[in-house]
Design a binder for this molecule. Structure first.
Ligand SMILES: [Zn+2]
Ligand SMILES: [Zn+2]
Length: 411
């Protein structure tokens, strides 16, 4: 069967990215508490973490080859989100009580100083981001607001209320647009003009909470990961409303990280499945699902079509949808499963008998070469961070360890 060449985990099939795989470097074990966010340092072999035990830690690699803390700073409440600017050494930390703290980490990573703080929200700060060019600091929260403060005076400039708990935020300084994910699976696209936030659009395609966003400013593409296991690429710059589904996960997406230069997106989920997506690959939008009350191939009525079932003295069947043509079909007419990377299906998906025969008949028209590399990290991942230049990826597992991976062969 031509349609079954890509068995998961796909360790042997060469993809459009070649046959490079992530290589394990080192594990930093036995962290005291659950890590809520991590930043992989670029100028030093080390990481910044914020943890459930109310601590900011800087862990540096020592001569022994082991990572040890050079800074442990305890806070008054639990830190949820972090933003670090390695040029200005400024560290922003969003707290569970709604406060945002700003610290400066010394250039030698041996000391930390608290500069200021402001009560930005009434509930947990789930995302914080600073823009040097716009001189603004943005935060979003479980209190359903996005708030922006002046980076120089820390005076509040404006705020915007959405319908649900905010989960994550990204900012594009050039267009002054904020992308904010929420708990209901929506993404708000807000243009910030002075103290007002103008909603340009609301992107709704996920069926569960947005867990992570990545913004590719070069190509004008936004990537969203959801608790519905789906990654979606939104072509914001194209302005035609195109969006592409990236189906490679079976568990909640826990983090997305982007490498802009070779155009790769890494997505990881709560079961530890890591996917590196080739963003240069030409992709096709998945079709909308047809709404029919009987099978479009064999005409058998679906179970809710009571009249037709009665007229024909037949039992109605369950409806399925072919993922590559969108037709409403019965189980008998869509018994085939295949990958279809061009449409984002890196894992096998259901297709109808017509599409299956077309794929069999014209294999040259249906290139099934994977457009992503998949890998098992063997531990559920809570969050991760990528350093594009060195090709290092830090992944934090639920068992409180940090795994360092070399992904340079994928970049
Ligand atoms: Zn049928
Ligand atoms: Zn079909």
């Amino acid at each position: 069967m031509a349609a079954t060449i890509n068995e998961r985990p796909c360790s042997s099939a060469a993809s459009s990215l070649g046959d490079g795989k992530p290589e394990f470097i080192q594990k930093i074990e036995n962290q005291i508490a659950r890590i809520n966010a991590i930043y992989l340092l670029q100028k030093e072999d080390g990481v910044i973490t914020i943890s459930e035990d109310r601590a900011i830690r800087v862990l540096l690699k020592r001569d022994s080859g082991q990572f040890w803390p050079s800074i442990v700073e305890f806070l008054t409440s639990v830190p949820l989100s972090v933003y670090y600017d390695e040029d200005t050494l400024s560290l922003l930390v969003g707290m569970v009580n709604g406060t945002v703290y700003e610290y400066t980490i010394a250039a030698d990573f041996n000391s930390i100083q608290q500069n200021r703080h402001w009560e930005a929200h009434t509930m947990g700060v789930t995302g914080v981001v600073s823009s040097n060019s716009a001189r603004m600091i943005f935060s979003c929260s479980k209190d359903k607001t996005i708030v922006w403060h002046c980076a120089d005076t820390s005076v509040k400039i404006g705020s915007y209320l959405v319908d649900s708990l905010c989960t994550t935020i990204k900012f594009d300084p050039e267009s002054k647009i904020c992308f904010v994910g929420d708990y209901n699976g929506n993404i708000y696209v807000l243009r910030i003009v002075g103290n007002s936030g103008q909603q340009i659009s609301k992107l709704s395609a996920h069926t569960a909470a947005i867990t992570s966003l990545a913004w590719d400013s070069k190509r004008g593409q936004l990537y969203s990961g959801g608790a519905d296991s789906l990654v979606i690429a939104w072509d914001i710059a194209g302005q035609k409303g195109n969006c592409y589904e990236l189906n490679g996960h079976d568990s909640k997406i826990s983090a997305l990280v982007l490498a802009e230069n070779p155009a790769r997106l890494f997505s990881v989920d709560e079961s530890g499945h890591l996917v590196c997506w080739d963003l240069k690959a030409k992709r096709i939008m998945a079709p909308g699902w047809h709404d029919h009350d009987r099978c479009e191939l064999c005409d058998v009525p679906f179970f809710w079509n009571v009249k037709l079932c009665w007229d024909r003295k037949t039992v109605g069947v369950r409806r399925h949808h072919c993922r590559t043509c969108g037709h409403s079909v019965c189980g008998n007419c869509c018994s085939h499963f295949t990958t279809f990377p061009a449409m984002g299906f890196e894992k096998k998906t259901r297709i109808c008998n017509t599409c299956h025969s077309k794929m069999q008949q014209y294999p040259d028209q249906f290139d099934l070469t994977p457009l992503a590399v998949q890998c098992e990290l063997n531990k559920g991942i809570a969050t991760m961070c990528l350093h594009e230049d060195t090709g290092k990826l830090a992944a934090v597992s639920f068992d409180r360890s940090i795994m360092l991976w070399d992904v340079s062969k994928l970049l």
